[in-house]
Design a protein around this ligand. Structure first.
Ligand code: FES
Length: 176
């Protein structure tokens, strides 16, 4: 390298790795926007997901009738259940048809017809069956579908404590 070239390189300004004004503005505005959007969206996501994360589980058991009052003839019992749907809490009335089988075991059937969801009633035509008034579906005392519907009536979970019958959630029929 000649002496002249050596002097030129000495006088060149040192290259600094600086951010341009445009980059600075982009980063600042981008960061602020992300912060504001996050602040608005995260609470909404939390609101939507929180009920799913909450510890839930099976339905609460509800006291419905003394076991001694349950007969082999199905009886309609009504009871109230607290429901939590997201943040909304409400009380709903439920209906069950409760009876004992030949061995004395208590069971309870849902009255919701498995055809299109009407409400079934016990023995309205004197046949000792559940009848649906909508399209004439029929079910046996165990809830087995006889005509029209393709599946048996659902059951309620049953628990007996100190001579009292408690009902829980709906389960598929275990008897038919
Ligand atoms: S809804 Fe019960 S028969 Fe159709």
């Amino acid at each position: 390298m000649s002496n002249h070239e050596h002097q030129d390189s000495k006088h060149q300004p040192a290259q600094r790795n600086e951010m341009s004004r445009r980059q600075f503005l982009s980063y600042t505005l981008g960061g602020t926007t992300a912060f504001m959007v996050g602040g608005a969206v995260l609470p909404m996501v939390r609101f939507a997901v929180d009920p799913l994360l909450a510890k839930g589980g099976g339905a609460t058991l509800v006291k419905v009738i003394e076991e001694s009052k349950v007969t082999e003839e199905p009886q309609e019992v009504k009871f109230k259940v607290s429901q939590v749907d997201g943040w909304y809490k409400s009380e709903t009335e439920k209906v069950a048809w409760i009876s004992k089988d030949a061995s004395g075991k208590v069971f309870a059937l849902s009255p919701v017809c498995k055809h299109l969801g009407c409400t079934v009633f016990w023995n309205t035509h004197g046949r000792n069956e559940y009848d649906c008034p909508c399209h004439d579906a029929r079910y046996s005392k165990d809830g087995k579908n006889i005509t029209v519907a393709n599946s048996p009536l659902d059951e309620y979970e049953v628990d007996i404590q100190d001579g009292v019958v408690y009902l829980g959630g709906i389960i598929p029929n275990t008897r038919a």
